[in-house]
Design a protein around this ligand. Structure first.
Ligand code: HEC
Length: 98
């Protein structure tokens, strides 16, 4: 009986863990779609392919918060969302690099 409980506990943790990591991985991508980033970013689009960006995490976070601080003529709208959402987005965009 003890053994069975241990197995069940283990299986439950695996399911829980994979659903948590799936959420963490998917959040940035979902925001990228929801906030219409893809409308301007991609090969051949006005904002360019973000996989070629050279910004580091901190610079990208700052840029998303206020693109006009980096480039007064920036055509990019500031990202409106929570710190957490912005961090997820930065992680997702950084992950596009090869
Ligand atoms: C209306 C078009 C538009 C939208 C929507 C947009 N961007 Fe941009 N983005 C641009 C343009 C144009 C640039 C090029 C630099 C500039 O104009 O400031 C840029 C630059 C960037 C950069 C800097 C790249 C670099 O290396 O210099 C990042 C990162 C970025 N965008 C991420 C995003 C994310 C994430 C979203 C969604 C929240 C988004 N953008 C939405 C137009 C857009």
């Amino acid at each position: 009986m003890k053994k069975l409980l241990a197995v069940m506990f283990f299986a439950g943790s695996v399911v829980l863990f994979s659903s948590l990591t799936a959420r963490a991985d998917g959040a940035g991508e979902a925001l990228f779609k929801k906030k219409m980033c893809f409308a301007c970013h991609g090969a051949g689009k006005m904002g360019g392919d973000l996989a070629t960006s050279k910004l580091d995490k901190a610079a990208m976070d700052k840029f998303l918060k206020d693109p006009k601080a980096a480039n007064p003529k920036s055509a990019m709208p500031a990202f409106k969302g929570t710190e957490e959402e912005r961090a997820a987005l930065v992680d997702y965009v950084m992950g596009l690099r090869k």
